[in-house]
Design a protein around this ligand. Structure first.
Ligand SMILES: NC(=O)C1=CN([C@@H]2O[C@H](COP(=O)(O)OP(=O)(O)OC[C@H]3O[C@@H](n4cnc5c(N)ncnc54)[C@H](OP(=O)(O)O)[C@@H]3O)[C@@H](O)[C@H]2O)C=CC1
Ligand SMILES: O=C(O)C1=N[C@H](C(=O)O)C[C@H](O)C1
Length: 252
């Protein structure tokens, strides 16, 4: 029985993951961590801070906010507990913290836990290498109106994957407001739209002379991310220290 703690338990992803765990016989939710723990009156042990959690757990799944990273890493290293992190909105500093911590513990990090987006990563990489410099690349992401970070972690992940094909020579242009000049070929445009309950859409546009290619992924339910997170939890518990992502899991 895999004993799981969910960080960000009271949030949308925390609740979705919790429901999937209750339906499984090989996993048990042994605790939740959330900033709003004091407002909770259900029957799960929940704490504001992971450092107050003092039972045994095999893995922590985090879908919360970048501000929780230090406590998570401190707890995980102290207790030798693997981490699955789906939180987005990290800057370079936080990514460096994950890399450093992964010298001590196994950490699985992906800004998108769906299988489909990970196929998209291969497809955009292939498209960029075939289409080359002659096509302008724009990424458009759409999410619900509760999302805090913009652009999405997935949009960055897609842009970074494309940029690798061009030896990281492309710069990122976020929206075009106030930019009263022509687009240059060395840009990847990234645009964020927020509204209603859109679960998550990512479109990559390759616009060339008289032809356009669009590669698009739409998530219709948060279950696709939650399922991926649970598969990642099963994957990471038996791993050596290190930083893992969806490619490692899919190609295992
Ligand atoms: N990798 C992936 O596949 C996916 C990633 N995500 C990412 O996961 C994260 C959570 O998404 P979602 O569930 O929609 O967001 P929610 O805001 O619904 O949930 C986050 C929860 O964490 C709480 N929280 C905030 N800061 C802390 C903290 N420092 N310690 C503990 N709890 C905290 C929030 O409280 P409060 O509301 O008061 O701030 C909230 O209850 C986001 O970064 C999102 O982009 C989402 C879906 C898929
Ligand atoms: O906040 C969300 O909801 C999502 N966030 C992730 C991101 O920022 O890429 C992944 C997914 O699209 C849903």
């Amino acid at each position: 029985m895999l004993k799981v703690v969910i960080s960000g338990y009271l949030g949308q992803m925390g609740q979705t993951i919790s429901k999937l765990i209750s339906a499984r016989e090989d996993m048990e939710l042994v605790g939740g961590i959330d900033k709003n723990a004091s407002s909770y009156n259900g029957n799960i042990d929940i704490y504001e801070n992971i450092l107050d959690f003092n039972k045994k757990c095999d893995v922590i799944i985090d879908f919360s906010h970048p501000s929780s990273i230090d406590n998570l890493i401190n707890y995980a290293i102290l207790n030798n507990t693997p981490l699955v992190i789906g939180t987005t909105g990290y800057g370079e500093k936080e990514i460096d913290k994950l890399k450093e911590a992964s010298k001590n513990i196994p950490i699985f990090y992906s800004a998108n836990m769906s299988l489909g987006i990970n196929l998209i990563l291969s497809l955009v990489s292939k498209a960029a290498s075939i289409l080359g410099e002659d096509f302008d690349i724009e990424i458009i992401e759409k999410h619900h109106n509760k999302k805090i970070d913009a652009p999405s972690g997935t949009a960055y992940m897609i842009a970074n994957e494309i940029n690798k094909v061009f030896n990281n020579n492309k710069s990122y242009t976020f929206g075009r407001h106030t930019k009263n000049n022509k687009r240059t070929p060395d840009e990847i445009g990234i645009h964020a739209i927020r509204g209603g309950t859109i679960v998550g859409e990512h479109t990559v546009l390759f616009a060339g002379l008289d032809e356009i290619i669009e590669i698009k992924h739409s998530a219709y339910s948060k279950n696709v991310f939650a399922k991926g997170a649970l598969t990642a939890a099963e994957f990471i518990v038996n791993k050596e220290k290190g930083l893992y992502n969806m490619k490692d899991m899919i190609n295992k």
